[in-house]
Design a protein around this ligand. Structure first.
Ligand code: 26V
Length: 757
């Protein structure tokens, strides 16, 4: 197909202009239409079984670049535009980012859709069409504020399907309209779909902030993505959202099954349903309801759904495991309650252990328990995480159903996280080992043949340097902050949560600040870069953001410290920022308290772009460490078994932060929160609250690991000075990143769970 002809036709039709007369915005709209059309015209992959990946979040990020790449026309379009003196990057900047996810879980779902399509497997996503996605973060007075982030412009990726389904809520029905986003597969001519359900009459944006009438379900059901952590309000709305998604999704599945010529009694032979965390768990009772309404017996309906469904667990944090009061479900979807009670009754026949019941004595429905009893597979997202599920969190279930448990270590799509976001690195790799690593990421190990090749090592350093310079320009233009691209870029980018321990990194900054003030300079200037959003109601997370922003300001205004140490927090960190920052990172901060980070996926993206991990033995860091070997990663901190022991109030020794606070090295760092320097900049109430918490509670044990953390980070900073040896570490990390391709992860899901044929 002739791209030039098509583009010309489109710009003529839309704007009455030739492409070279168009603005970047107009070119973006024309390219959007072109790629959307090309992708939508592609057929779906065939197969005996079709996967439906149910997820409350799909953090897809901008799509133009990704889709041009998958359609195989990216280079052509880039050349065409540059022939007209235009720059594809500038055109791509016009696209608003769809922020339909909070963080790791949502981005993983997006990577998975990309891989499912690239592997030519029949599999669609099912989710909700949030109008404002995750909030837009702005810093005002060194604090986070939140505003809505509308991404749905007139021109967007949604394809109107004309399909709709009636969702029967208690007391009223609501129509779920189906919109699709095409997901073209790289390396083939297929496309899958991301199905996003929406209400018929979405509400207008809120007047101010992100507050809205949470009781107006009819209009607001799809307004906002639920900010996962902490927000207690709107829990009922969340249940409405979940039932809306799964009821419409289950009806779509049955409609497609019928269109493919199969009856409801053949569901499991032709359908696989992946339940991404517990948000879509009500698909189980809902599908049972629909199957029995179509004539199946309860036994048969349960047998079908149990063979079709599989559940992925993404966290062991107790507060994140969903338990809905049965009266919520009574109100939202009363027709499910007798089914859930029956499922609970049958589960109690399998085991009399009350801890594995679905409905507990407090009237709470344990969503994960329903998934485990009535699904065919339970998986964790990294080897260590799955082991902890089996040995601790879900031990009673593992004893009951050992064969259901399996591990699927997460992965990321290297098409977006290397090829698209780091073209210079991609070109260097191509020159070294040829282009086939794209489809066989394990071939990246071929880079190890160049471990002593000075020319390649120097080029690798040059690629990193230019990514850092590019990032500095972007940050200056957008946020007005000037950084030194010759300093070491130490990067921690992820949601703000106490278990991820951004506060421990802040203590490192304080340690360096105090040393520099005392005349002891680091080997190399250091720039500590944070990107993080805090859930709007998560008070402690907001105190930590405040501390980091205060440190940023303190150091910016200190001419003695500023040349040696900088701190910057990126405003509104999102997928688009990640794509610019990850190629520029030298050190990848993965410092969660061991056992708490189920996997992490930023760790994988960063290593694939040549950042060296500084991390605890947590989540997928453990696998990274095994792959790259001790010379190519910096690990520290208490291991998960010790941490679990420290939490154990029966047999264990209870962790007491004061024991670690009262040491000559730690006390001055923590007390700096109440120093005149910081109190002069920040909110004394917020700083004092954080100080009190660190000393008295420190639930995620930052003080346990902080001394070792600082020592290891200092070592990394010193070793960074030996450029050749550092380049070897970078190369080794890139060479071993192939394992973390989500294509590998998806192949394993397919072989072990989905069997899409
Ligand atoms: C949810 C909540 C909800 C209520 C209060 C606290 C809390 C804390 C965390 C969460 C997140 C739950 C799910 C999640 O996003 N998990 C992430 O999934 C990623 C993909 O598997 C994985 O890489 C991350 O380690 C994991 O945190």
């Amino acid at each position: 197909m002739d791209i030039k002809e098509n583009l010309t036709q489109l710009t003529n039709e839309q704007f009455g202009l030739a492409p070279d007369q168009c603005s970047d915005r107009q070119l973006y709209e024309a390219l959007l239409k072109l790629t959307c059309r090309m992708a939508a015209e592609r057929p779906a992959p065939a197969g005996e079984r079709k996967l439906y990946y149910f997820s409350a979040e799909f953090l897809i990020g901008k799509l133009l670049d990704n889709n041009l790449l998958a359609l195989g026309i990216r280079d052509q379009v880039r050349e065409l535009l540059s022939g007209m003196g235009r720059d594809l990057n500038a055109v791509e900047e016009q696209e608003p980012e769809p922020s339909l996810g909070n963080g790791g879980l949502g981005r993983l779902a997006a990577c998975f859709l990309d891989s499912i399509a690239a592997l030519g497997l029949p599999g669609d996503g099912v989710g909700l069409n949030y109008h404002y996605g995750l909030f837009h973060q702005k810093f005002v007075g060194n604090k986070q504020t939140e505003t809505p982030d509308p991404w749905l412009e007139q021109e967007n990726w949604l394809i109107s399907t004309g399909k709709s389904f009636t969702v029967p809520f208690g007391g009223f029905d609501l129509t779920a309209k189906l919109w699709d986003v095409a997901v073209p597969g790289a390396y083939n001519n297929y496309a899958n779909r991301l199905h996003l359900f929406d209400v018929e009459e979405p509400a207008a944006p809120p007047e101010s902030g992100i507050n809205f009438d949470k009781t107006d379900v009819v209009h607001h059901l799809t307004s906002f993505l639920y900010p996962d952590d902490g927000d207690d309000q709107g829990r009922l709305l969340r249940v409405y959202q979940q039932y809306f998604m799964v009821s419409a999704g289950a009806q779509l599945i049955l409609q497609e099954l019928e269109e493919r010529g199969y009856g409801p009694g053949e569901l499991a032979d032709h359908v696989a349903i992946q339940i991404n965390d517990t948000h879509p768990s009500m698909v189980i009772p809902e599908m049972i309801r629909l199957l029995t309404a179509r004539g199946l017996s309860m036994d048969d309906a349960i047998s079908q759904i149990s063979r079709a469904c599989a559940y992925t667990n993404h966290t062991i944090l107790a507060e994140a495991l969903e338990k809905w009061p049965v009266y919520f479900i009574e109100r939202v979807a009363p027709q499910l309650v007798p089914i859930i009670r029956e499922l609970d009754r049958r589960a109690r026949e399998v085991s009399s252990d009350p801890t594995v019941a679905i409905l507990d004595n407090n009237g709470l429905v344990h969503m994960a328990h329903m998934d485990i009893h009535y699904g065919c597979s339970v998986n964790g997202v990294a080897a260590l995480h799955t082991e902890i599920l089996k040995k601790a969190e879900l031990k009673a279930f593992y004893d009951l159903y050992p064969d259901k448990f399996n591990n699927k270590t997460n992965g990321v799509t290297l098409r977006r996280w290397m090829e698209a976001c780091n073209p210079d690195l991609t070109a260097l790799i191509d020159q070294c080992i040829g282009p086939d690593w794209r489809q066989n990421p394990d071939q990246l190990v071929g880079l190890l043949a160049f471990i002593d090749d000075e020319h390649v090592l120097n080029r690798l350093l040059a690629v990193k340097q230019s990514a850092k310079e590019r990032f500095c320009r972007e940050l200056r233009d957008v946020q007005g902050v000037e950084l030194d691209p010759n300093s070491l870029f130490d990067v921690q980018i992820k949601r703000l949560h106490e278990y991820k321990r951004q506060q421990m990194n802040a203590l490192y900054v304080i340690a360096k600040y105090l040393e520099i003030r005392a005349g002891r300079l680091p080997e190399k200037p250091i720039t500590v870069i944070f990107g993080a959003k805090a859930a709007p109601a998560y008070v402690m997370a907001k105190h930590i953001i405040h501390l980091i922003l205060c440190l940023q300001k303190l150091i910016e205004n200190d001419p003695a410290v500023r040349p040696w140490l900088r701190v910057v927090m990126i405003e509104n960190y999102n997928v688009t920022w990640a794509e610019q920052l990850i190629p520029a990172a030298d050190i990848s901060e993965q410092i969660s308290l061991a056992s708490k980070e189920a996997s992490g996926t930023g760790n994988m993206k960063l290593m694939a772009n040549g950042a060296v991990t500084l991390g605890t033995m947590d989540g997928a860091n453990v696998e990274i460490a095994e792959l790259v070997g001790p010379d190519n990663i910096y690990t520290f901190g208490a291991h998960s078994d010790r941490v679990i022991h420290l939490y154990d109030d029966k047999g264990g020794e209870r962790y007491r932060p004061v024991d670690y606070y009262h040491t000559p090295k730690v006390e001055p760092l923590v007390d700096f929160l109440l120093s005149p320097e910081l109190l002069g900049i920040g909110d004394p109430y917020s700083l004092a609250a954080l100080w009190r918490d660190m000393k008295g509670k420190d639930w995620f044990m930052a003080l346990l690991d902080v001394e070792e953390y600082i020592a290891v980070k200092d070592l990394a900073v010193r070793q960074y000075g030996d450029r050749k040896s550092w380049a070897r570490k970078m190369l080794t990390n890139i060479a071993k990143a192939g394992y973390f391709s989500s294509d590998r992860t998806i192949k394993q899901y397919n072989e072990d769970i989905w069997h899409l044929g």
